[in-house]
Design a protein around this ligand. Structure first.
Ligand code: SF4
Length: 220
């Protein structure tokens, strides 16, 4: 069975599902808030929490920093783990304000910005890369559990690589792509879609558009 290249997998998923229009959010700051809140919950729940912040006119870093913890946690209830997420979001906003906000952060190189994001308590590699790619338009490939599962089943990675190793593999395999930000944006969204509906924990290989080139396909 001939395996596809990373670029061919992208083309096939794009043909199958079309553009996913990620990341939902009206502003870069809203995208950042979504990235911080989306850990361990569905996007619908994140939207409800962001809706609460908007309703109180509190979707800004200064308002979040000024808000008492208990009030912020109440508004974030739909996103789950609301106490932890209130602390994380406040940490993020304190950092964001201390850095001078969007216009100053935009001037930083990707490497320095990534390092700075990772210094925020509660921001891990995946959240930092979501923010870099979707809020700052930086060419950074986001790795998540869906990506690891799909590409392991396809036989394109071992599956036991570290986050950074996987990110480096994707970025080097897609090094020749011209519009890296556009492709990385779409590719991650397509992987999430494919893994949610087809390459699930119990995969639906029978209906999968990648079945003919997947060494992990289980077809009865
Ligand atoms: S054939 Fe099955 S295991 Fe392979 S990508 Fe599709 S759903 Fe996943």
């Amino acid at each position: 069975m001939a395996s596809l290249t990373f670029n061919q997998v992208y083309q096939r998923l794009l043909r199958q599902y079309g553009p996913q229009d990620w990341w939902p959010g009206d502003t870069a700051f809203e995208i950042m808030v979504g990235a911080v809140l989306t850990q361990n919950t569905s996007w619908t729940n994140v939207e409800r929490a962001i809706g609460n912040l908007k309703q109180r006119d509190a979707l800004s870093s200064s308002r979040i920093v000024a808000m008492p913890h208990a009030q912020l946690a109440r508004l974030l209830t739909p996103a789950g783990y609301f106490n932890v997420k209130a602390t994380r979001l406040k940490n993020y906003c304190v950092w964001y304000e201390s850095q001078g906000g969007l216009s100053k952060l935009k001037r930083l190189s990707t490497e320095i910005l990534r390092k700075s994001l990772l210094s925020v308590n509660g921001v891990g590699a995946e959240t930092a890369d979501d923010i870099l790619l979707y809020a700052f338009d930086r060419p950074v490939f986001v790795i998540d559990a869906y990506t690891r599962r799909l590409f392991t089943r396809l036989g394109l990675v071992e599956g036991n690589e570290s986050y950074e190793e996987l990110r480096r593999i994707f970025e080097s395999k897609l090094a020749r792509v011209k519009d890296k930000v556009g492709v990385f944006n779409e590719y991650h969204a397509l992987i999430v879609h494919h893994a949610k509906y087809f390459c699930r924990t119990k995969p639906r290989c029978q209906d999968c558009c990648l079945q003919h080139c997947c060494i992990g396909a289980v077809i009865s």
